[in-house]
Design a protein around this ligand. Structure first.
Ligand code: SF4
Length: 766
């Protein structure tokens, strides 16, 4: 910050401990404890009456969509309540009665607030009015909406070229807001549209597009009812997609099997006590996982390869283990795959993945006789250098078994944020799509830019190198979600202007450009009215189903503006009527936005009617076994490489994880009940043998250091806990350990940060 006084901001926040309590990890998920904790959070933030009325509308047909993850709602939502413990926590965060207004910011400077923990910052409450942080000031002050729009327009006009602007989107934004945002950014003249899926399922999108011709999963919720085998790989549904446990329960009740593959044996995959059923309340609930393969971090490819090798041996013997008719008809590349598998020895692969052979054989036995197979995955597969190959190896297995395009079978990348898939569908992406640009030109009369834009990691680099000067975020907590926290912070602080369109206060509001704006918007659960008439918006869940969401609560303040109208306000101030799009009217009329969506985005025809009730599925070529867009018109087998990790004797592979009291970067509480950790987040899970080797005892304090391309990054003050995790592996929560992830260390092809396989060494603090 050349000419303005540098603000004394704590980028990482405090590293003090909060008074840990440890208990034995849980052996089941949900049950009455989940109901108790859910209601405790809700009653504390919203009060009893507001909690019960609002929760009863969440995920219901005529209600609002949960602001948590993207797990789909069943055709018949439960009248007892169609939400999980973490959905209730997500709502409580959004619908809290606490407020952050001009008095709050007059009392607390950004410097002071930055010394609060992310938990404390998040618990401050809902933002109520637009605020500006002017150069040379450490206190936000209120600003009018019009002045805010003008300030943004002014800074955008000052840029030498549109590529000096970065426009980020988090997965909470509705289809209508995201579509309008993408339209404005393209009209402004750039494709710099990083979004949160760059940091999560981008590897899935790349792998699925290259192998199956669409970057989304193919299964529907009802497929779980008739699946013979569900494999859950690198995912912890008990915490991150809790209603998925009901789907796994149904699968089990119908005779299906569940295999979980994860370095950690998570309570949510051991047993599920469904609090809406007698057996879930009074008896033992449902045991979920039949076989748990405790794979070493990032050794999923070596494990899947030994499984494929064993299946190919059986198929050579019996000739009916693989679905040869399906392979013949719909796939390409089998010979190359089988040839590649021959290159590896089973013992070498077993050694690498660290899983006992007898357990692998049990899984092979399950796979041999079944072909209604679903593979579910999340960050445990995507956030690695070879993230794309991790997913391609899963697709190889499904193609060999013909487990696509039929009931009970398919791909299931489980999305983390409620509308992250929808945002991409309606055009939020840094890649250039000729089809999309052509239909925008036809519909709106302007030519979008055809130069590739910047994704998240490259946007951070551009801001750090002062090539990007204005950062605008539609939702999210960019600083804490991104990798390389201190590098990212410097990038943001290098900007002339940073703008956050948000519902709640977070650390990205404190680590800002010279000038910063906070533009408060409506929450999912809130009434969104225009001229007294309530409006609804649409979202797309993890299985590609689009449905409506209608809030019911009075907004947290009368000075909030909806996301679409904030975008309209910025665009209107920037173009001042000098553009073919009438931004003000378009942004105020969601039906008109949807009319345009119908014209521009494939599959949205009739969206207004079709999105009623449980909604409609967008087209998905895999469900129709149509691979016409792919080479030879066939689904593609892939040759996947083994991961390469150069690990020296005293180094470990660390994976960042969420606690059970967390959703992405939102910290609901300090407990991680399922792992037996209470009232502390600065913890690292280690294998007891590794601790003994290093002379570490439980609750010793350590620092972790990563070293990439000669640059050291340090995360200080973590309590060591012995945990059931493979030797050489460690786990700790993000965002506290994102500081260890180099901005320039990311997955091939997808550029997703390698947050699940960080090479670190440990240093005991004396
Ligand atoms: S499973 Fe996900 S979408 Fe459903 S209630 Fe829970 S957090 Fe919300």
């Amino acid at each position: 910050m050349s000419d303005t006084k540098k603000r004394n901001i704590s980028v990482l926040g405090p590293d003090e401990f909060t008074g840990i309590k440890l208990q034995k990890p849980a052996e089941y998920a949900a049950g009455l404890p989940a109901v108790k904790v859910a209601l405790q959070h809700a009653f504390k933030e919203m009060g009893v009456v507001k909690s019960l009325t609002t929760l009863s509308h969440m995920n219901q047909k005529d209600g609002f969509d949960c602001p948590g993850c993207a797990w789909p709602d069943p055709e018949k939502p439960s009248k007892l309540g169609e939400y999980c413990e973490n959905g209730a926590k997500a709502l409580a965060e959004e619908a809290t009665n606490k407020r952050v207004n001009r008095d709050f910011f007059a009392r607390y400077s950004v410097e002071e607030l930055s010394n609060w923990s992310d938990y404390q910052i998040g618990k401050s409450g809902r933002l109520t009015e637009p605020m500006v942080l002017r150069p040379d000031s450490i206190h936000y002050e209120n600003i009018s909406w019009e002045e805010a729009y003008e300030l943004i327009a002014e800074e955008l006009h000052k840029l030498e070229n549109p590529d000096q602007g970065v426009f980020y989107t988090s997965g909470r934004s509705s289809n209508e807001a995201a579509f309008l945002y993408g339209l404005f950014v393209r009209a402004f003249g750039t494709n710099n549209m990083p979004d949160c899926s760059n940091m999560c399922h981008e590897s899935s999108g790349v792998a699925l597009n290259e192998t199956l011709g669409i970057g989304k999963g193919s299964v529907k919720l009802e497929d779980f009812d008739e699946s013979e085998l569900v494999m859950v790989i690198g995912q912890n549904p008990g915490t991150n997609h809790p209603r998925m446990l009901s789907a796994l329960q149904k699968c089990k009740e119908n005779g299906g099997k569940v295999v979980s593959i994860n370095p950690l044996e998570e309570a949510g995959l051991i047993r599920f006590k469904n609090p809406q059923e007698i057996k879930g309340v009074l008896a033992g609930g449902e045991s979920l996982t039949d076989i748990h393969l405790q794979v070493k971090i990032n050794q999923d490819v070596s494990l899947l390869k030994v499984i494929l090798k064993k299946l190919s041996v059986l198929d050579r013997e019996k000739g009916n283990v693989f679905d040869h008719e399906f392979i013949q008809t719909y796939t390409d590349g089998l010979e190359n795959l089988l040839e590649d598998l021959e290159k590896y020895s089973e013992q070498e692969l077993l050694q690498l993945c660290g899983v006992e052979e007898h357990l692998v054989n049990q899984v092979v036995e399950l796979l041999e006789k079944r072909n209604k197979i679903i593979i579910c995955w999340a960050m445990g597969l995507t956030q690695h250098k070879n993230g794309v190959d991790n997913i391609k190896e899963c697709v190889n297995l499904l193609l060999l078994k013909g487990s696509l395009g039929k009931p009970g079978a398919g791909t299931c990348p489980v999305r983390g944020h409620s509308n992250v898939q929808g945002d991409r569908t309606v055009g939020i992406m840094h890649h250039v799509s000729k089809e999309l640009n052509a239909s925008i030109k036809e519909t709106f009369g302007f030519s979008p830019p055809d130069k590739e834009g910047l994704d998240t990691v490259h946007s951070i680099q551009a801001m750090y190198e002062k090539k990007a000067k204005v950062f605008i975020a539609l939702g999210g907590n960019f600083l804490c979600a991104a990798s390389d926290t201190e590098y990212t912070a410097q990038g943001l602080q290098n900007c002339e202007l940073t703008v956050n369109i948000s519902t709640k206060l977070n650390r990205t509001h404190l680590v800002t450009g010279k000038t910063a704006l906070i533009l408060p918007t409506l929450g999912r659960s809130e009434l969104d009215k225009k001229d007294g008439k309530p409006r609804y918006f649409t979202v797309e869940n993890s299985m590609g189903k689009v449905h409506q969401s209608k809030g019911l609560l009075q907004p947290a303040s009368g000075n909030l503006v909806s996301e679409p109208e904030i975008i309209g306000g910025i665009a209107n101030a920037y173009f001042k009527g000098g553009h073919p799009v009438d931004w003000k009217n378009l942004s105020a009329d969601y039906n008109l936005i949807r009319k345009k969506l119908e014209q521009v985005i494939n599959g949205f025809k009739g969206v207004n009617d079709k999105s009623k009730g449980s909604g409609f599925y967008l087209p998905n070529n895999v469900r129709d076994l149509d691979f016409s867009k792919l080479p030879n018109g066939k689904a593609q087998f892939s040759i996947c490489n083994l991961p390469e990790h150069k690990i020296s004797e005293h180094e470990f592979i660390l994976m960042t994880i969420r606690s059970h009291d967390q959703f992405n970067t939102t910290i609901y509480g300090l407990n991680d009940r399922y792992r037996g950790i209470y009232n502390e987040r600065r913890v690292v899970l280690m294998n007891i043998q590794d601790m003994n080797k290093l002379g570490l005892k439980k609750l010793d304090v350590i620092n972790m250091i990563s070293n990439y391309e000669g640059i050291e990054r340090k995360a200080v003050n973590f309590l060591v806990i012995d945990y059931n995790i493979p030797k050489g592996n460690m786990a700790a929560y993000f965002p506290e350990t994102n500081v260890l992830v180099p901005y320039n260390h990311f997955a091939d092809k997808s550029n997703t940060p390698i947050s699940k396989s960080i090479i670190v060494r440990v240093k005991k603090r004396e």
